[in-house]
Design a protein. Structure first.
Length: 622
């Protein structure tokens, strides 16, 4: 440890920054206080002072950066700041998503920004610390954090994020040091040699800085001087990569500090509760003995741990480590949980953002992010910000609704291969197979025509919440018989079911029952069964360009689409996109009093594009 001269007298800084997010209409953002750093504050507890996001209302905006977003956004003074893998730092208006500025750093950004007193601090992959003006991105100062200590890069995805406390900034680096800088000038206050790479973000509590290292140790340093207070060896400290051809040594995760306990997980498969004052072990626990434990959050004596390959989030007692509940995710969790009121938010490698009841572990809602998520969600006011490797930042409007969570909806994707002799299929080049696979991987159950009739009949008889995505753009004849409003398809909708069509008016196609050959197209069938009057072919036919409406953007659509089978806006309940002639190409028609809806979207018929928006719209409001 190299001690440098003490800093000049420090000015106290507030680390809880006001995020006043101006909005309009029913989805307006309320003013909110949101700490603008990784996990919401220097102790890395993961707590955000915001209303509990118990219900998802819709997409406020989405912003595509064009490269994976792996750090956690920071929200401060009406702006949201984040970096991307192409080396760009962005500042957006937090209410509208309008870009305020961007700065190219020349090296990838996988760390989370820290915004303090009008300055954005962030690290980049090339071992640099950057201080940028929050107002316009102008460079204020920078520091060299050194080159990586060795050549190992096994699942090495993040760089340490800077954390502010009082008038100092604390950060780890690949050269094996933990450093403290003066916030305003960038002057180095002290540097401690940790002995191996530090990817862990420092957790700071009053007088102590805690980090994990690649050598499998947890260090506690004096906040003022950088001198070592204690050094704790995890199980992984005695292991090598050759033991299991896997990293079971490193502590890449960051600690959470609360109530005198340091809670931290390792790649050795264990989570540890360490006494903050002495460094003595209070407890250790494991999910299955092998899965990496990478992130945590803590509040009111309850600890939340996220696991890698075990694909769970676990709630445990902070003082003993005893499990209280566990929640199965759809994939590994690398990002950190976020707590807002009674809700825990976490993103996973399946590309899903989960909202979980903090007390019971029950699922509240989920949102598809389009790719594996390394980034952690953030809550500011009544908005949740989340991103993934797909490279899009989503701002989601949420509501704090009291009461127990409803049962999760049943999700199905209908698909079956073409029948012998079928010369027609709406989707070409196996696009339907890609759609089916995409929804199956997101947890949708595949059904054929027999299964489709069965589940729709169950919805009619028992009610509940369910959604069926039609990957095959045809409706089995049995669902349309006898060709009027008493058809099972219509009764399913009236009973509260949701149907998502991705190709033009599948109700209108008529097939020969035995061979499956297309024999006719009858647009009037939609009128008899669904009450949808399509215009004459000469008024709507053709592959016209359409653009999302404001309502469509709230449902998750973005950009422009090309499709056919348009309908007059007055025929439907919600217009999601309109073409060049004012006809609705994507829309929603509601049925009955139990929330039933037919959702018509436009998927490319002959090439596989991004399917993320179809997942988002399919589950909007469920």
């Amino acid at each position: 440890m190299n001690r440098l001269p003490p800093a000049a007298p420090r000015l106290a800084l507030s680390l809880v920054l006001a995020a006043s997010l101006a909005g309009s209409g029913a989805g307006a953002l309320a003013a909110a206080a949101a700490p603008a750093m990784f996990r919401g504050g220097p102790a890395l507890a993961g707590v955000y002072e915001a209303p509990a996001p118990r219900r998802l209302l819709g997409v406020r905006f989405s912003f595509t950066a064009g490269a994976p977003i792996r750090g956690t956004p920071a929200v401060a003074a009406g702006s949201v700041y984040f970096g991307s893998a192409d080396g760009t730092v962005y500042a957006l208006d937090a209410a509208s998503g309008k870009e305020r500025w961007r700065v190219a750093l020349g090296s990838g950004v996988s760390a989370s920004p820290c915004v303090v007193d009008g300055t954005v601090f962030v690290t980049s992959r090339d071992g640099r610390l950057h201080a940028l003006a929050a107002a316009d991105g102008a460079r204020r100062w920078g520091a060299d954090l050194g080159r990586d200590r060795d050549s190992r890069n096994y699942w090495d995805f993040y760089t340490s994020s800077p954390v502010a406390f009082a008038a100092a900034l604390y950060v780890g680096s690949g050269d094996g040091h933990v450093r403290a800088f003066d916030l305003r000038s960038g002057r180095l206050l002290w540097s401690h040699d940790a002995g191996s790479r530090v990817r862990s973000t420092p957790a700071v509590s009053d007088s102590t800085v805690v980090v994990g290292t690649m050598s499998g140790h947890v260090l506690a340093l004096d906040r003022q001087s950088g001198s070592l207070r204690w050094r704790f060896a995890t199980e992984g400290a005695s292991r090598s990569f050759a033991d299991r051809e896997n990293d079971t040594t490193s502590v890449f995760g960051s600690a959470s500090i609360a109530d005198g306990v340091v809670a931290i997980g390792g790649r050795d498969g264990f989570a540890y509760g360490i006494d903050l004052a002495s460094g003595a072990l209070k407890w250790k626990t494991t999910h299955d003995g092998s899965s990496w434990i990478l992130s945590s959050a803590v509040q009111d004596g309850q600890l939340y741990l996220a696991s890698g390959s075990a694909a769970i989030v676990q709630a445990a007692d902070l003082q003993s480590g005893a499990e209280r509940w566990r929640f199965a995710t759809g994939g590994a969790v690398f990002g950190s949980p976020a707590i807002a009121g009674s809700v825990l938010l976490v993103s996973d490698f399946s590309g899903a953002l989960h909202a979980i009841d903090k007390t019971s572990g029950a699922a509240l809602w989920r949102f598809p992010l389009g790719d594996r998520a390394f980034s952690s969600p953030v809550v500011a006011g009544r908005v949740v910000y989340a991103a993934a490797d797909e490279g899009t930042l989503y701002a989601l409007d949420v509501a704090d609704d009291a009461g127990p969570p409803p049962p999760p909806p049943a999700r199905y994707v209908y698909w079956e291969p073409k029948q012998a002799g079928d010369a027609f299929a709406w989707f070409r080049n196996d696009v339907d197979v890609a759609i089916r696979g995409s929804f199956e991987s997101a947890g949708y159950r595949r059904v054929d025509r027999a299964g489709l009739a069965e589940l729709m009949s169950a919805q009619v008889d028992k009610g509940g919440r369910s959604v069926v995505v039609f990957a095959a753009n045809r409706v089995p004849p049995a669902l349309l018989a006898p060709g009027d409003a008493s058809a099972l398809l219509r009764r399913y909708l009236e009973a509260g079911g949701r149907i998502v069509f991705l190709g033009a008016n599948p109700v209108g196609f008529k097939y020969e029952p035995d061979s499956g050959d297309l024999v006719d197209f009858d647009p009037a069938g939609a009128a008899r069964i669904l009450g949808l009057r399509y215009p004459p072919l000469e008024q709507e036919r053709g592959y016209h360009v359409s653009a999302a409406t404001a309502e469509g953007r709230a449902w998750g659509l973005r950009g422009q689409q090309v499709g056919t089978g348009a309908i007059a806006p007055g025929e439907v309940s919600v217009v999601l996109a309109v073409n060049e002639y004012g006809l609705a190409t994507s829309w929603v028609k509601r049925f009955g009093s139990r929330g039933g809806a037919l959702v018509q979207l436009t998927a490319p018929a002959s090439f596989v594009g991004s399917l993320t928006v179809f997942h988002i719209v399919a589950e909007h409001g469920l």
